[in-house]
Design a protein around this ligand. Structure first.
Ligand code: G4P
Length: 295
């Protein structure tokens, strides 16, 4: 699902989350492990304020484990615990509950000391579209939860989903917007499939992606497509296009006259990347955060 975000939508989405915050103890911020900063809401600190929270780096099955480990350290430096997960297979679900308990430990202890029996910890999942919120809710619930309220502006009664005996999850997640006014962010979101190709042209997305891959994942390109020669200079656009053409030829993406159909080649690159066919790849690393590198 791709939502068109306008200032009115953002304000409404923000209000909806802030209304939900009143009901909950812990926020679970869901990010895409392949692009944690690009899949993050730019106003998240302001929106969530001081609510106890932690980060889940979802789709970590598709991300480069070494880079994901660096992101965990990066968020720790920000005072936030980050846990790589894989909502699609349900990996680490027990650990999510443990993290919620950990965040609430001091409060629960105080209640117990006062003789109050603590109620279940109430949690809310927040994140941008396509990051895996519904998949995670279904996993934690152990069944499919109808996502009728999954649109900004659509209201329905809140329901609590029991997760084990100690946790309750709000059935509708908080939907946030990404920092899409930044073109590099837009490219990364499109590369992972969070933004549909109708919005950004597949050739542009594949070009930017390929440029990053030639620098960071030359070995994966070589293995998948048999390409030996990576551009000496990633800023050399023609050399990047040559790699794209070589991939197109390899996959038979040709038009009459034997020329490479660049659109077809682009779609192939993106499809194979998103399906994890090139191996586990991250498109953003804490190492490039302070560098103005493309993609
Ligand atoms: P949302 O509620 O945040 O909008 O996201 P949603 O759960 O709908 O997930 C978006 C897509 O991401 C889905 O794929 C879902 O299967 C996939 N996904 C979620 N978590 C993971 C994960 O940990 N790993 C991987 N590899 N994929 C994940 P889809 O193509 O839209 O649908 P489908 O393939 O499930 O049919």
């Amino acid at each position: 699902m791709t939502i068109q975000w306008f200032p009115g939508h953002m304000t409404r989405a923000r209000r909806q989350i802030q209304d939900k915050l009143k009901l909950i103890d812990v926020v679970i911020e869901l990010l895409d492990a392949r692009i944690p900063l690009s899949s993050r809401n730019p106003m998240i600190d302001e929106i969530l304020q001081n609510k106890p929270r932690f980060v889940l780096l979802n789709k970590s099955d598709l991300a480069d484990p070494d880079v994901t480990a660096k992101w965990v350290a990066y968020f720790a430096g920000e005072g936030l615990q980050a846990l790589p997960v894989d909502a699609a297979t349900g990996n680490q679900m027990k650990e999510i509950m443990a993290r919620c308990r950990q965040l609430m430990a001091a409060k629960i202890e105080t209640q117990l000391r006062k003789g109050i029996n603590p109620r279940a910890i109430r949690a809310l999942i927040v994140g941008i579209p396509n990051v895996g919120k519904s998949t995670l809710i279904n996993r934690l619930a152990g069944r499919k939860i109808a996502a009728t309220g999954d649109k900004p502006g659509v209201t329905k009664g809140q329901q609590w989903i029991k997760v084990g005996t100690e946790m309750e999850l709000l059935d509708t997640p908080g939907i946030l917007w990404p920092k899409f006014e930044d073109q590099q962010v837009g490219m990364r979101l499109a590369a992972t499939g969070a933004i549909k190709e109708e919005i950004l042209h597949p050739e542009d997305i594949a070009f930017y992606t390929l440029r990053y891959l030639t620098v960071h994942y030359g070995g994966a390109l070589k293995e998948r497509f048999g390409i030996d020669k990576m551009p000496d200079d990633p800023e050399d656009n023609d050399a990047v296009i040559e790699v794209m053409e070589a991939i197109g030829r390899k996959r038979g993406a040709l038009v009459s006259g034997g020329r490479v159909d660049l659109e077809k080649a682009s779609l192939t690159i993106l499809r194979e990347l998103r399906a994890g066919k090139m191996g586990r790849i991250s498109l953003e690393s804490p190492d490039d955060v302070n560098e103005e590198k493309p993609l």
